[in-house]
Design a protein around this ligand. Structure first.
Ligand code: SF4
Ligand code: SF4
Length: 280
């Protein structure tokens, strides 16, 4: 079964007949050597990835490109970038249909007053097996939560929401930006169909609101905080301090990225996996 159909099956979506996997497909390459046929088959099996740039700053895709040592391998041999102006110079409009994708990395939130962004997001949802909210703007709104409009050249552009407010999102990689490592590991897990690895990212798809105050509300107030300070280390705006062994928020500095809560070791506990590992 091709990757796109495996992913669709995992998410309970209808899988199409597996045309790529038909053995006769190889025979159509008449006159080609065995190695050439194998190469074509291998290329076909590479996950097709699209990068969609909505109201984001390009920092997330820059973080992807900071995988210096494995970037060439990733982009040349492991995935096909089939959509996206920054990475592939491929865009979508009435004359250029959007290609099918195994994974769509959507950077940025959506401006409700920008018709093209809205249409592009809807089209991505139709074309991609897995839609990933890539970075905090896309996942939680982040900086764009403070947008109020009134600026040139588009003063009417005032309302920005995380993409999961408008379409079903399958996984999220919050971060402002996410680290190069987590991006690479997510893509590799996807290539390997390692849904266990992807499970936290799948669970985070529903987290569309974030704030440093989540630590108080969801961790400290539930007596889960162990005072490790990971949240303080993770915050890139220095909005958090440890006070008497507990995180304290300076809300004036918080940009609502959600990274502190995501990185907290007490925010996601894989009960099912732990039980499985312990044989319970
Ligand atoms: S406290 Fe820092 S890490 Fe947490 S949501 Fe605010 S800006 Fe992000
Ligand atoms: S990362 Fe979580 S457990 Fe650690 S200090 Fe922050 S809130 Fe407490």
């Amino acid at each position: 079964m091709s990757l796109i159909n495996r992913i669709k099956k995992f998410f309970g979506m209808e899988a199409k007949p597996d045309i790529e996997a038909e053995p006769d497909a190889a025979k159509s390459a008449e006159g080609a050597s065995e190695q050439e046929v194998e190469k074509v088959a291998e290329e076909k099996a590479k996950p097709r990835i699209g990068y969609i740039h909505l109201s984001g700053c390009t920092g997330d895709v820059m973080s992807l490109s900071e995988n210096y040592d494995i970037l060439a391998e990733l982009l040349t041999n492991m995935v096909d970038i089939v959509y996206g102006q920054t990475l592939a110079d491929v865009w979508w409009d009435d004359e250029n249909p959007m290609p099918e994708m195994d994974l769509a990395l959507v950077e940025g939130s959506v401006c409700l007053q920008d018709e093209h962004s809205l249409k592009e997001l809807m089209e991505v949802r139709k074309r991609a097996a897995m839609v990933c909210a890539f970075g905090s703007c896309s996942a939680t709104g982040c900086f764009t939560r403070y947008s109020r409009g009134g600026q040139q050249a588009q003063p009417a552009h005032e309302s920005f929401v995380p993409i999961a407010d408008l379409v079903k999102v399958d996984c999220a990689i919050p971060g402002c930006p996410p680290s190069p490592e987590i991006i690479a590991k997510t893509v590799v897990a996807l290539i390997n169909g390692d849904m266990d690895y992807l499970q936290p990212m799948i669970d985070l798809a529903g987290m569309t609101e974030a704030c440093g105050c989540d630590l108080q509300l969801k961790v400290v107030n539930h007596a889960l905080c162990i005072g490790c300070g990971t949240c303080v280390m993770a915050c890139q705006t220095r909005a958090l301090d440890m006070t008497n062994g507990r995180p304290e928020l300076n809300s004036d500095r918080c940009v609502k990225c959600g990274v502190c809560y995501v990185q907290c070791p007490r925010s996601w506990w894989p009960d099912e996996q732990v039980k499985k590992d312990l044989g319970l």
